[in-house]
Design a protein around this ligand. Structure first.
Ligand SMILES: Nc1ncnc2c1ncn2[C@@H]1O[C@H](COP(=O)(O)OP(=O)(O)OP(=O)(O)O)[C@@H](O)[C@H]1O
Length: 305
């Protein structure tokens, strides 16, 4: 079942179309990375899912329930972590969670148990007597996740949750989001590709208002239009000869030499056979031949160019 379904969504600001026929399905229990350049419309999309912004057209369903601008009914399925969560600085974490739980009508015994459990999971139990005003950005982000998970939402939406954090803070947040996948579905917007590679099982790239690339991370890698190899020789001369080889160029390949190794990028349809045939015909025996996994960065750049 899909926790989130977006169908033909459009949104313009003035005469500037930001979202232009967006379709997106987020399956249950995925950690789904919504990628896009600055200004691609990731936050705009999330605000429409939360009913905070009115789409010009199109539909959004959360757990089968229509999300409507200005109405909060579909939001009971959603936990939301904004990029910079705001807190009352004078409060302590348990007080803050109690306030949030009371606002949404949680039962007092359930609220207490859930708050304690989430503070432990977020690594904030030791800090439970400190005021939030003295928390680091990473601690605030972890408290934000605890708060967003309080009501056991089916969908946790996080808007660039790691962008302001140092590597340790990032690792903590990614660990928490990854652990949350057992109990919820995580939709995470980001332009940090290494974060996506670390925790997401599905990704979508938003560009010019639409999804231009979408799927499971492994499938997307296989779908790249270039097939890369690294060929290493015992000497620089053979590497130079391969890099300059006319047959590679006429097959639409790119070759780049570094010392005695050559990186060859072949069009996907020609496959590695072309390279193997060439090495055998010229009797250029490599000491090492490896296939390169396309990086998410190269796939992302290919999708948005
Ligand atoms: N309320 C608004 N009024 C006018 N233009 C807006 C408004 N909100 C967003 N925009 C414009 O819509 C476009 C998409 O913005 P949005 O914040 O959704 O992008 P984003 O993908 O989240 O970017 P970033 O990664 O930089 O946060 C931008 O050009 C932005 O200037």
């Amino acid at each position: 079942m899909n926790v989130l379904e977006i169908d033909q969504l459009c949104k313009s600001f003035g005469d500037h179309p930001v979202i232009d026929g967006l379709n997106l399905s987020v399956p249950e229990h995925a950690v789904f990375g919504l990628m896009g350049q600055n200004g691609a419309g990731k936050t705009t999309t999330m605000r429409m899912v939360l009913g905070l912004l009115k789409p010009d057209s199109g539909t959004i369903s959360v757990c089968g329930e229509r999300a409507v601008y200005g109405e909060t009914a579909a939001n009971r399925h959603i936990g939301y972590l904004p990029d910079v969560p705001e807190f009352y600085a004078y409060m302590r974490p348990l007080e803050y969670l109690r306030l949030c739980g009371e606002i949404t009508g949680m039962r007092p015994d359930r609220l207490r148990a859930r708050s304690e459990e989430l503070l432990q999971a977020a690594g904030l139990w030791e800090a439970r007597r400190r005021r939030i005003g003295g928390f680091s950005r990473g601690m605030k982000q972890r408290l934000g996740i605890a708060q967003a998970l309080l009501n056991e939402p089916r969908l946790l939406i996080c808007d660039e949750p790691t962008s302001a954090l140092d590597p340790i803070g990032r690792k903590d947040i990614l660990g928490l989001l990854s652990a949350a996948r057992g109990s919820t579905t995580v939709l995470l917007s980001t332009h940090i590709l290494s974060d996506v590679e670390r925790i997401c099982d599905r990704v979508a790239v938003l560009h010019q208002g639409r999804i231009v690339l979408e799927g499971a991370l492994g499938d997307i890698r296989r779908r790249g239009t270039q097939d890369g190899y690294r060929v290493e020789f015992a000497d620089d001369g053979t590497a130079e000869a391969l890099a300059a080889c006319e047959e590679l160029r006429s097959a639409g390949a790119q070759a780049e030499r570094s010392g005695s190794a050559v990186t060859v990028k072949l069009p996907a349809e020609s496959g590695g056979q072309l390279l193997i045939d060439l090495l055998s015909k010229r009797q250029w025996a490599p000491v090492k031949l490896e296939r390169l996994e396309p990086s998410l960065e190269s796939l992302f750049l290919e999708a948005v160019q």
